[in-house]
Ligand binder design. Structure first.
Ligand code: HOZ
Length: 428
C-alpha cells in the first residue's frame, strides 16, 4: 500500500503540532506505523491522502452512526450554515433537540448543551457538587470521562494507551477529592463510602468503552444505585460514547438502573462538536441562571451543531429497527473474529452492545481495568497494522471500542472476517 502522502503529511505535522496530532490516540504510537491522513469519508469508507480506501470501524470514534456524509445530516448542516455559523444567542433548534432527547431518555427532564464530552462531564460533576454541597467524587479505574483535571486519574482511552493514566500537570490538590473504585466490584465502592462521608457523586460509563468495551453488569449497577441512595450521593451515567450507540433509550433501558444525571456527546452531534448533560429537574434547577452553579460557553448550542444533531437523532428515532440491525452485524463480526481466533489458537475475548463492539487479545474474560491491562498489546499492534494494510481501519489502541455504522454492509463484514482469519494465521 502506498502511503507516501501520509508519511510526508505526518512529518510536516510533527514539526507544527505536538506529536503531529490534535488528540493523542490518533498518533498510532501504541500500534506503530504512520497515522493515515484523511482526505474524505464516504459511507462506510475513509479515503486517505494517497487515495487508499478503508472500511472504517472507528467512525470518528462513535458519532457517525450512519457513516460518513449521511445525506440528511449533510443537508441539515448546509441549510443551517446559510443562516449563520454562530449567534451567541438562543435558537429554537436548541429546544427542539432538547425536547427530542428528553422524550427519549427517561432520566433526563432537563438538559444543557455544551461543545464536547469533556465539558459535559466536567459540568455535571460541578453540578453534583453544587447540588449536594459535597466535594468528593468516585470514579472507576479504566473509565475515561474526558481530560479535565479531577477526572484524569487512572483514566482509560489515550491516557492508558500511552501508559499515563494519571497525567503530569494535574496538581495532587486537584485530584484529592477523586476516589477510585474498581469497575464491576461493588465492595470497592462500599469502601469509598466508608472512607468518605462527603461523596457528591459516583460517575461511571455504564457501558465502558475507553478501556476497550467492558459493560457493567446489571447487578453491579443496581447495587451502585442503592449505595448512592443510601448515602445521598448522585449517580451519573457517562454516556458520551454509549448514548445512542448501544441502544435508543440509553443504558438505563438495558440495565434497569436509572441515573440522576446523564452525560452525552458524539452521536447527538452527528459529527459536529456537541456534548450535553441532563437529568432530574430539581438537580438541573441548580444550574446558572436558574441556580448558582456556573457553566457557560460561547459555542454552546451552536446552530450548525444543533442542526446536525437534530438530523441525526430524528433519523435514528424514525428507524426503530436500527439498533437491532447494527447489533446483528456487530455480533456477526465478533463471532467471526472469535471463530477465526480459536482456529489459530489465539486467545480472544469479544463483546457487543448495540453498534459497539470490542475484542481483547486476552486469555480470560475482561470485567475491569486490571483484566484489560493483561491483554497482549503487542499482538494487537500487529493485528492493527496488518488489517490496515488490507484496507480495514480499526481503532489504533487495544483500549478503545469499535463501531458499526449503517453504511457497513454484511458483505464488508464477511470480507473483514476473511482478512482477520488470514492475519490471525500470521500473528499466532
Ligand atoms: N477519546 C477518544 C476515544 N475514546 C479519542 C478521540 C480522538 O482522538 O479523536
Amino acid at each position: 500500500m502506498n502511503i507516501e502522502h501520509s508519511v510526508n503529511a505526518f512529518e510536516k505535522a510533527q514539526n507544527l503540532i505536538p506529536g503531529g496530532v490534535n488528540s493523542p490516540v490518533r498518533a498510532f504510537k501504541s500500534v506503530g506505523g504512520i497515522p493515515r491522513f484523511i482526505q474524505s469519508g464516504e459511507g462506510a469508507y475513509l479515503i486517505d491522502v494517497d487515495g487508499n480506501r478503508y472500511v472504517d470501524y472507528v467512525q470518528s470514534w462513535g458519532p457517525l452512526i450512519f457513516g460518513h456524509r449521511d445525506e440528511s445530516i449533510e443537508n441539515a448542516v448546509i441549510e443551517a450554515v446559510k443562516h449563520g455559523l454562530s449567534f451567541g444567542a438562543p435558537t429554537e433548534a436548541e429546544s427542539e433537540l432538547a425536547e427530542l432527547i428528553i422524550d427519549i431518555y427517561d432520566s433526563i427532564e432537563k438538559i444543557r448543551f455544551v461543545s464536547s464530552g469533556t465539558e459535559a462531564v466536567m459540568s455535571a460533576i460541578r453540578l453534583a457538587r453544587g447540588f449536594t454541597g459535597r466535594d468528593d467524587i468516585v470514579k472507576f479505574t479504566g473509565c475515561y470521562h474526558g481530560h479535565s483535571d479531577a477526572l484524569l486519574v487512572q483514566a482509560g482511552s489515550g491516557a492508558v494507551t500511552f501508559g499515563t493514566p494519571s497525567s503530569p500537570g494535574v496538581p495532587a490538590d486537584f485530584t484529592k477529592h477523586t476516589l477510585l473504585a474498581e469497575y464491576n466490584n461493588i465492595e470497592s465502592v462500599k469502601k469509598c463510602f466508608q472512607d468518605s462521608p462527603g461523596i457528591a457523586c459516583v460517575i461511571i460509563e455504564p457501558i465502558a468503552g475507553n478501556m476497550g468495551l467492558v459493560p457493567a453488569t446489571k447487578d453491579f449497577l443496581a447495587e451502585l444505585r442503592k449505595l448512592c441512595d443510601k448515602h445521598g450521593a448522585l449517580l451519573i451515567f457517562d454516556e458520551v460514547m454509549s448514548g445512542f450507540r448501544a441502544c435508543l433509550h440509553g443504558a438505563e433501558s438495558i440495565t434497569g438502573t436509572k441515573p440522576d444525571l446523564v452525560t452525552l456527546g458524539k452521536v447527538i452531534g452527528g459529527g459536529m462538536p456537541v456534548g450535553a448533560f441532563g437529568g432530574r429537574r430539581d438537580i438541573m434547577a441548580h444550574l446558572s441562571p436558574e441556580g448558582g452553579v456556573y457553566q457557560a460557553g460561547t459555542l454552546s448550542g451552536n446552530p450548525v451543531a444543533m442542526a446536525a444533531g437534530l438530523a441525526s437523532i430524528r433519523k435514528i428515532k424514525a428507524n426503530a429497527r436500527l439498533y437491532g440491525v447494527l447489533e446483528e452485524r456487530a455480533k456477526r463480526l465478533m463471532e467471526g473474529f472469535a471463530k477465526a481466533a480459536a482456529k489459530h489458537a489465539i486467545p480472544l475475548q469479544t463483546d457487543v452492545r448495540g453498534s459497539m463492539f470490542g475484542f481483547f487479545f486476552n486469555c480470560s474474560h475482561v470485567a475491569n481495568f486490571a483484566d484489560a491491562l493483561k491483554s497482549d498489546t503487542a499482538r494487537f499492534a500487529r493485528f492493527h497494522a496488518a488489517m490496515l494494510d488490507e484496507g480495514f481501519y480499526f481503532a489504533c489502541s487495544q483500549f478503545e471500542t469499535g463501531f458499526i455504522a449503517t453504511a457497513i454492509t454484511d458483505t464488508m463484514i464477511e470480507e473483514t472476517i476473511t482478512a482477520a482469519d488470514r492475519i490471525f494465521g500470521e500473528i499466532k
